[in-house]
Design a protein around this ligand. Sequence first.
Ligand SMILES: [Zn+2]
Length: 413
Amino acid sequence: MEQVNQRTYVVYIRDNKENTILNMAKESANVYNQALSIFWDFFDDNQFLSMFDVQKHVDFPRTLLHSDSYLAALQQAYKAICSFLASKKSYEKNPEKFNGKPMPPREDKETFAIFFKKSAIRVKNKKLLLSTGDRKKPLSFRWNAKLGTPKYVVISWKRETGWQLSMVLEKKNKTVVSQIEENIMAIDLGVKRIAATYDQENTVLYSGKVILSLMRLRSKINGETQQKLKKLKKHSRKYKRIKRANRRVVLRINNKLQDILHKTSRTIVNDAVGKNITKIVAGDCSGIHDSPNLGRINNQKVVQCPEQRLLRYIGDKFEVIGGIVETIPENYTSRTCPSCGNVKKSSPSGREYRCSACKFRYDRDGIGAINIFKKVSFGCDWQSQSLPDVVGSLTPPIGWKYNSSQDCLVHSG
Ligand SMILES: [Zn+2]
């Protein structure tokens, strides 16, 4: 069985000597601006133009843009108008739901994104070719032919990084996880240990130390920048320079964080596949539980804290190959002794969990994962003392630390 997934990739690019990209972006902006002003002119005369009507009136000369890119800029303008009118309408109904009054799309863009549709994208001789208005001179970028031909490409300008090429690629994934019998891996998410997994045989602890120190570094740099900016006049040259420098450093830190989270999630998913796991269940620490039912992870939710992002990445990677990822509320999972069911009054303080009733000892984060596993397997009775023993064959936890050059599969004890 195969599953087709759409993935978005971003690469940073440079303009050529003739500034073709810049000039195309300017042309795109002119089409966009003109489409907006035509629409509003008619709108002021109580005429609501359709997309097709707008297209008829736009007469900006097309030189550098491919006809589809020209049309796409126009469509984007029309889309911006429609979404503005829609949000204006709902703002008038209940304004309290909005942070502020919706603003109409601006007409004075100097540059605008350049859109390439299927007809304008080709891959030839390890080059990605994007058609322009001049058939003989497409934009050309080095390309790995193995990736296939993108379905959609957008070139846009970002202040921090310059020109970027975003594309949608279709990727076929083989289903490697068959759901015939259920094998569960439990994950406890944390901060110092970003994740601990348990699968009835092994406990693996994933260190979050590098992530933590990068996040501290980021807030320290942000704090220092704020201090420096306070003394300066807003929008002065020095002010802008410091802000720019800060953006660059923070972007680099964020990229590093993302890399670590991707590698950690890849390692967890590879480990799960190797052990024939069909379902990964995580303790949900977001705190809000409407029902005790198992719930699917909401991928749309914008998550800031790294452990939630890690869980989302695990979901992305495990689900495309046929796996299931779910969350359950994690009440008491860090305080209950997995051996005898005794519940501590407060969360254990050290790195080690010690049960006062049965003298059971184990790594604290491992306990969380074991209890999540028990909770999934035994339901509400998971704390009962008459359960089959899960800790009898428990092995010492295995540690995993991020290393930028390390292969994802390596575990170090
Ligand atoms: Zn105990």
